[in-house]
Design a protein. Structure first.
Length: 226
């Protein structure tokens, strides 16, 4: 007599998250809306830390969320200054280390028209962040093909061993055929939805590769009525 065993494997549930560049009106709104991760803007291209990040990270410290920080660097500010400011003015006192994502997007960061200068700068910024292991777990990249090649050149692959958040290349499309590999990164399945736009996400983490994450803007701070 043969015994037939039925194995039921639960389907993975997509995790929801938000990209925050504003402060929160009610942090517990994140839990109410089943938000499981945050990408918080920590540094502005104006050369200063984002004060909203300080408030957001403090308010969400007791919540069990996957919190990460992205920065919009400006080449006018020395890498050591950015790493130090972010560590001392944003992260210090939280007793936690964070994954950092360098935004290599032309419209949100201030880079040089010279590719060589950009390469030297981003490598120094990476090293400055890595050196402060008391504040940071890792340093990673947020970019898209057109921006990356314009800023750093087609042959630049110095960050291919880092996690990449792969920004869209064709408006608001979610068509995967529109995403072209660059910078030595592989195309890996996994989509992050940022409001109405798609982001492709590659990571060495099986957890990151196995889920589709869909941000919600439900908890963004509302403007007070005058």
């Amino acid at each position: 007599m043969r015994l037939l065993i039925l194995v039921i494997i639960p389907l993975a549930v997509a995790e929801e998250g938000v990209w925050l560049s504003e402060s929160l009106n009610d942090p517990f709104c994140l839990i109410d809306n089943k938000i499981s991760w945050l990408y918080v803007r920590g540094f502005l291209s104006s050369g200063n830390v984002d004060k909203n990040a300080v408030k957001t990270l403090n308010e969400t410290q007791e919540l069990r969320l996957d919190r990460r920080i992205y920065i919009n660097p400006t080449i006018k500010v020395p890498p050591e200054v950015i790493a130090e400011k972010l560590c001392n003015e944003v992260i210090k006192g939280l007793n936690e280390r964070f994954h950092i994502y360098i935004s290599a997007l032309q419209e949100t960061s201030q880079w040089s028209p010279a590719i060589t200068k950009n390469r030297v700068y981003i490598e120094k910024l990476r090293d400055a962040i890595v050196k402060r292991s008391n504040c940071y777990k890792s340093v990673n990249i947020l970019s898209r093909k057109l921006d990356w090649e314009k800023l750093f050149g087609r042959d630049y692959k110095a960050f291919s061993n880092r996690v990449l958040i792969w920004d869209r290349v064709d408006g608001n499309t979610c068509d995967r055929s529109k995403y072209v590999p660059f910078g030595g990164w592989r195309f890996v399945d996994g989509i992050i939805y940022k409001h109405n736009t798609c982001l492709l996400y590659t990571s060495p983490s099986p957890r990151d590769l196995s889920t589709s994450r869909m941000p919600s803007s439900a908890c963004k701070k509302k403007k007070k009525k005058k």
